[in-house]
Design a protein around this ligand. Sequence first.
Ligand SMILES: [Zn+2]
Length: 81
Amino acid sequence: MRRCIGCYESKPQSELMRLTYNGSAFIADTDGRNDGRGIYLCRNAECIEKSFKRKAWNRICRSGVNREEIMRVIEGALNEN
Ligand SMILES: [Zn+2]
């Protein structure tokens, strides 16, 4: 079980999209094999929005985040799974 950074609910990994943060950028981890810190998010707009409201991304990337850039990564994760 993995925890969504939007709603904080724990769900099976298969229900979540997985991203990783490699120290400088967020990456859509479509095959679940990227190294780096795993970030899990439900596949719905509500949790994506919550993740921004809760500043979840800023906690992972302390130097600051670009919402548009993250949205591109999220869309990539959604499209490829
Ligand atoms: Zn969620």
